[in-house]
Design a protein around this ligand. Structure first.
Ligand code: DHB
Length: 297
């Protein structure tokens, strides 16, 4: 019932983790692999060299708002993630090289592997590195050069957009390349939360990406506006805590959904709960497949 497609591949459950949560080390990824309530798993976004990330605290959860994080891309380096093998589940590698050249090196290496790639155009937390997804010219240049070294289709993790002209322009760029899925949305970048106990920013890096319930309306609109402009699979992300949230994303055109903040707060048990809630809704509404809800094939 929950079987679906991402990037031309079939997965058994439309729900899995969002990149960044519980996916930096082999231990983390092994836990996602053995969890029977997810259909895929995605790694932390990787760079050329391993990184330790920003100073802590770099994540905070604020009830009623959601999360703020500026982790600063802590990861084990791109080779680490291709050395792991998870044959029974779709294992997607998230790539976020710090320069075009780094991305070319990483993509060239991944040519020899069969993993789906989610190319992250939307990391908001590296000083001096603007989000590629917010510049049409940079995004076009990156996709053109990467497509030259990596002829296979790949996916994109996009930042949230807020103006219809940006959806039009970004969709036009995506339609020029061999993009097989997009994930909408990454965190809403560069928020600021003040801790009322200290009157100071609640995370050490001061500004951070917002996740959780306050992002859901933006996420839903991004999925729907892109589904009207693209034929690729769309993976929904942003403020998903319940089966109803997943169902709403499907109504807007998502073929699968990623869980970030809720996974961080609730742990792996959230997958069983959300999956069960979603099945109940589909049964109540009389749907047999995800494709019947999304109305996109
Ligand atoms: C980080 C945050 C992101 O939203 C992202 O897409 C990549 C990396 C981070 O701070 O580690």
């Amino acid at each position: 019932m929950l079987e679906t497609q991402i990037g031309g591949r079939t997965i058994k459950n439309c729900i899995y983790n969002a990149s960044g949560v519980n996916c930096i080390t082999k231990d983390d990824l092994d836990q996602l692999y053995t969890c029977e309530w997810t259909g895929a798993m995605v790694s932390k976004s990787c760079t050329l060299e391993p990184r330790t990330g920003n100073q802590c605290p770099r994540y905070a959860y604020i009830p009623g708002l959601g999360s703020i994080n500026s982790s600063g891309l802590p990861n084990m380096g791109y080779k680490y993630y291709s050395e792991l093998s998870y044959p029974e589940k779709e294992y997607i590698i998230s790539v976020a090289g710090l320069t075009l050249q780094d991305n070319l090196t990483i993509f060239d290496h991944y040519n020899s592997y069969n993993n789906l790639i989610e190319f992250n155009l939307s990391c908001p937390n590296i000083k001096g590195k603007p989000q590629v997804g917010y510049s049409s010219s940079t995004m076009t240049e990156y996709l053109r050069k990467i497509s030259e070294v990596y002829p296979k289709p790949f996916g994109l993790k996009l930042p949230p957009y807020f103006d219809i002209s940006h959806f039009d322009r970004t969709a036009d760029i995506i339609n020029e390349f061999n993009i097989s899925f997009i994930t909408c949305i990454n965190s809403i970048g560069n928020g600021l939360v003040i801790d009322p106990l200290t009157d100071q920013p609640i995370i050490k890096p001061i500004y951070g990406g917002l996740g959780g319930p306050s992002c859901k309306a933006t996420g839903l609109a991004n999925v729907k506006l892109f589904s009207e402009r693209l034929n690729t699979n769309i993976i929904g992300c942003g403020g998903i805590s319940t089966g109803r949230d997943v169902y709403d994303y499907m109504l807007c055109g998502a073929s699968a959904c990623q869980i970030g903040t809720r996974l961080q707060e609730e742990g792996l048990g959230c997958f069983k709960r959300i999956t069960t809630e979603l099945i109940d809704i589909l049964e109540q509404k009389g749907y047999n497949t995800i494709a019947d809800i999304t109305d996109r094939r």
